[in-house]
Design a protein around this ligand. Structure first.
Ligand code: ACO
Length: 309
């Protein structure tokens, strides 16, 4: 069988493509694009919540938040490692991120204005991330699928800590409840945007579905997220800020309104509320870390000489 037919057979049979297997250039490029964007999202995603570590209201909340933000760093590293199995260079990907040539999730370009945002990010943002990422445990590229299994387990903890934090605040004072509602109002629409543009405007979905890189379309996952979140909002006692949100018994799903897609494209294009700040912070951290990379390389070179003797 020729190499292309073997690749097509592997994908169609729901088996995994592995690093040493032949793969079409477009498949490799699409994977590097998606996994790099995903890795960058995890790394940039440390910033909005990292902002609150030093102001956490108790030692317990601080320990939880620290653990969560460290997990995001780990997720970024597994994902950069997955791109390396495709021949990408991690340094090059970081350069592309800090020079604005590669994207990361739109959601991390919104500021975190109150401690309730930590809970709402856990509940809605990590909830959306889980919805999107659980199917990726079955993505066709082996190293990506395996990285996703561990990441999803950790994301579940993130989602639960967020929901538990919000439950605690909702059982508190009127001011705390208002803080939660205000945060939900700000994060609801950007959370729906995380799933990407509507299918009709999604340039990559059709090809990525055929290659089984993506297992669901953007709109399918957005619907799943809304259906999953509505009962959680009811239990929590918050209102989701969408007057069109309503159960549709015929479809067996909730109907809901559309996010502001102009705002989405502005944010994706680098003009969201915190894009410049996020990228600048990452660029500075990368430059400040130069001495660590130089020291690690010097140490590795010395060790190689010693082991040669
Ligand atoms: N934020 C920023 N850019 C986005 C977003 C978003 N929420 N959604 C879509 N885009 C970009 C796409 O990257 C694409 O641009 P490109 O072709 O220059 O790369 C363009 O908008 C059109 O979108 P699609 O054709 O729908 O892109 P794609 O098929 O890659 O689907 C999706 C987008 C659903 C985000 C997909 O890449 C994916 O599932 N990625 C893995 C999950 C992920 O990255 N999660 C990150 C956030 S979760 C977290 O870190 C906690």
């Amino acid at each position: 069988m020729d190499l292309e037919a073997e690749f097509e057979r592997t994908v169609a049979a729901g088996q995994r493509v592995e690093p040493r297997d032949w793969m079409p250039d477009g498949y490799r490029k699409t994977l590097i694009r998606q996994i790099a964007q995903h890795a960058h999202s995890e790394i940039i995603g440390m910033q909005p919540e990292g902002n609150w570590i030093s102001r956490a209201p108790s030692l317990r909340r601080k320990a939880i938040l620290l653990a969560k933000v460290q997990d995001e760093a780990g997720h970024g590293l597994y994902l950069y490692a997955a791109t390396e199995t495709l021949g990408a260079d991690r340094g090059d990907l970081t350069e592309k991120l800090v020079s604005g040539r590669q994207k990361y999730s739109s959601i991390f370009n919104y500021p975190t204005l109150s401690y309730a945002d930590v809970g709402v990010i856990g509940w809605l943002v990590d909830g959306a991330a889980i919805c999107n990422q659980v199917p990726l445990c079955r993505t066709s590229y082996g190293p990506y699928a395996r990285a996703m299994i561990r990441i999803c387990k950790e994301e579940s903890f993130h989602q639960r800590q967020g929901y538990e934090l919000l439950m605690t605040m909702m059982g508190g004072t009127d001011a705390q409840r208002a803080m939660v509602q205000e945060s939900v109002d700000r994060f609801w629409w950007p959370s729906l945007m995380m799933f990407g543009p509507p299918d009709a405007e999604s340039a990559n979905t059709e090809r990525s579905m055929a290659w089984r890189i993506k297992r669901n379309t953007n709109d399918e996952l957005r619907q799943k997220f809304v259906d999953m979140t509505v009962p959680q909002a009811e239990k929590l006692g918050v209102t989701l800020p969408d007057p069109a949100l309503k159960w549709n018994p015929e479809r067996g799903h909730h109907d809901f309104g559309q996010p502001d897609w102009d705002e989405f494209w502005q944010v994706v294009g680098g003009n969201g509320p915190a894009n410049k700040q996020r990228v600048e912070h990452r660029r500075r951290a990368h430059e400040d870390g130069e001495w660590v990379r130089a020291a690690a390389e010097a140490h590795a070179a010395k060790r190689a000489v010693r082991e040669d003797v």
